[in-house]
Design a binder for this molecule. Structure first.
Ligand code: PMT
Length: 395
C-alpha cells in the first residue's frame, strides 16, 4: 500500500503504550508516507525524542512556543498533514480536544485540524468507563473523529479490563483506508435512510423491528468521507458530522424523503420500513379488557421506495434499496428489485446472528437493474458501506 505524497501527523500522549508507536511510525515510513511527530510533554516520559526523531526522519515537536518559521507550528502542521493519528490518546487529551482546549502543541494542532483525525485511546479501564470521558468521545465521534476502541486485557496499571491500545496494524490500516478514500461522490447530494420505523399503537406501545440504524449510519459516514453532501433520515437519535432528520413512522420518513427528493442525486433506503401501520391510533393508553384476545387492525403503509422510483421518471437520480431476507436471498431479492424498480438492491441475510440486524458486521449481495450480481464478503459495516457506495458510484 503506497502512501507516497501523503503526510501523516502522529500525536503521542503520555501513556505507557507510547513506546508501541515507534512501530507505527516505521510502518508509515515503509509505506512511503512523510511522518511528522508531535508529543505532549508527558509522552516523553515513556519514549525518547531521539528515537522518534530517528524513526520519523523529522524533528519531533513538543513546545508550542518554539517557532522555526514565521507560521506558528500548530497551523503549519495542521495545513501540511493529510491525516492526524493520535495514539495512544489519554483521557486527558481526548477530553481537552472534545472541549476545544488547546493548551499544548498537540491539542492546538487538533483544534486547528480540518481533515480526518483518528484517535486510538489507551487508559485504565475505570477511566475508559468514566461518563465524562465517554461523553467526550461521543462528542468527537459526532464531529467525524474516528475512534479505534481499546482492547480488553491485562493493563500496565495492574488492572485487567478494557483499556489496552488496539493493535498497531489496526491503527495503520484505519489510516490507510481513510487516506485512500476515493472522492467519487464529491459534490453529490446523497440521502440515506436508516433504522426501523416506529408505528405507534397508543402513547405507550408501538410496532417496530430490530434495525439498529448501524448500516445506514455507516453508509452516511462513508458517503461523507467520499465527498458527498449527506442527509441521513433516521429513526435513531444520533449526533453526526452531517445533516440528520429524525423521524418515527413510515409516513414521516416518506415526508422527509419528499423534502429531499428534488435535490438528491443518490437515495439509499437502508431503513427497515414497516409494511403496515395501526389503523386507529389511540390517543389514550389502551386498557386491559376481560377478553383473552384482542384484534389490532393494520393498514398498508406506502411503499416508499417504489413510489420514489416512479416519481423520478427519467430524471438522472440513482435509487438503491436494501432488503432483509430470511430465506432464498438472491431469488427474493431479484423479485423485489423488479417490483420496486430501483437501480440497486442490497440483499441481507437476516437469518444469521453475526450479520444483518444490529451486528457490527455485514455480508451482502448487490443486485442491479441489469441483472448484475456482486457478493461482498463479511466485513465491518463501515467497510461494506464503502464498497456499496463505490459500486453505486461506478454506475
Ligand atoms: O440497521 P441495522 O441493524 O444495521 O440492520 C441493517 C438492515 C438489515 C436493517 C438493513 O441493511 C436492511 O436490510 N434494510 C432493509 C430492511 C427492509 O425493510 O427490507 P424489505 O425487504 O422489507 O424492504 C425492501 C426495501 O423497500 C427497503 O429498502 C425498504 O426501506 C423499502 N421499503 C419497505 C417497505 C415500505 N413500506 N416502504 C419501503 O420503502
Amino acid at each position: 500500500m503506497s502512501l507516497q505524497d501523503k503526510t501523516v501527523l502522529i500525536g503521542i500522549t503520555g501513556g505507557i503504550a507510547a513506546y508501541k508507536i515507534c512501530e507505527l511510525i516505521r510502518k508509515f515510513q515503509k509505506a512511503g508516507a512523510k511522518t511528522r511527530v508531535v508529543c505532549t510533554p508527558n509522552a516523553l516520559n515513556f519514549v525518547t525524542k531521539l528515537t522518534l526523531q530517528n524513526l520519523s526522519k523529522n524533528q519531533v515537536f513538543v513546545d508550542e512556543f518554539n517557532p522555526k518559521d514565521w507560521k506558528p507550528e500548530h497551523i503549519s502542521f495542521a495545513d501540511e498533514a493529510d491525516i492526524m493519528v493520535i495514539a495512544p490518546a489519554t483521557a486527558n487529551t481526548i477530553s481537552k480536544i472534545a472541549n476545544g482546549i488547546a493548551d499544548n502543541l498537540l491539542t492546538s494542532i487538533a483544534c486547528a485540524f480540518s481533515k480526518q483525525i483518528i484517535i486510538a485511546p489507551a487508559m485504565n479501564c475505570n477511566m475508559w468507563q468514566n461518563i465524562a470521558v465517554q461523553e467526550n468521545i461521543s462528542k468527537l465521534k459526532s464531529r467525524g473523529v474516528e475512534f479505534l476502541e481499546p482492547e480488553t486485557g491485562f493493563l500496565a496499571c495492574g488492572y485487567s479490563g478494557k483499556g489496552r491500545l488496539c493493535s498497531i496494524d489496526k491503527i495503520f490500516n484505519a489510516a490507510v483506508e481513510s487516506l485512500n478514500f476515493s472522492q467519487k461522490l464529491a459534490g453529490k447530494n446523497v440521502v440515506i435512510t436508516s433504522g426501523g420505523t416506529i408505528e405507534e399503537i397508543d402513547p405507550v406501545r408501538y410496532i417496530s423491528n430490530y434495525s439498529s440504524g448501524k448500516m445506514g449510519f455507516a453508509l452516511a459516514n462513508s458517503a461523507k468521507k467520499m465527498g458527498a453532501n449527506v442527509t441521513l433520515i433516521t429513526t435513531k437519535p444520533i449526533e453526526a458530522p452531517f445533516k440528520t432528520v429524525k423521524v418515527k413512522s413510515a409516513i414521516q420518513m416518506q415526508n422527509a424523503l419528499d423534502e429531499e427528493f428534488e435535490t438528491a442525486d443518490i437515495i439509499i433506503m437502508a431503513a427497515a420500513v414497516a409494511d403496515y401501520r395501526v389503523k386507529n391510533y389511540s390517543e389514550q393508553k389502551l386498557k386491559k379488557t376481560s377478553e383473552d384476545e384482542i384484534t389490532l387492525q393494520l393498514v398498508k403503509n406506502p411503499d416508499i421506495l417504489k413510489e420514489l422510483c416512479q416519481k423520478r421518471g427519467d430524471r438522472k437520480k440513482i435509487i438503491a434499496g436494501f432488503c432483509a431476507e430470511s430465506e432464498n436471498l438472491v431469488e427474493n431479492a431479484k423479485e423485489k428489485i423488479a417490483k420496486k424498480g430501483c437501480d440497486f438492491l442490497v440483499a441481507n441475510d437476516i437469518s444469521r446472528k453475526d450479520i444483518g440486524f444490529s451486528s457490527d458486521d455485514n455480508e451482502v449481495t448487490i443486485l442491479d437493474k441489469n441483472g448484475g450480481i456482486k457478493k461482498l464478503e463479511k466485513a465491518s459495516k463501515s467497510v461494506i458501506a464503502t464498497k456499496i457506495l463505490e459500486h453505486i458510484a461506478n454506475e
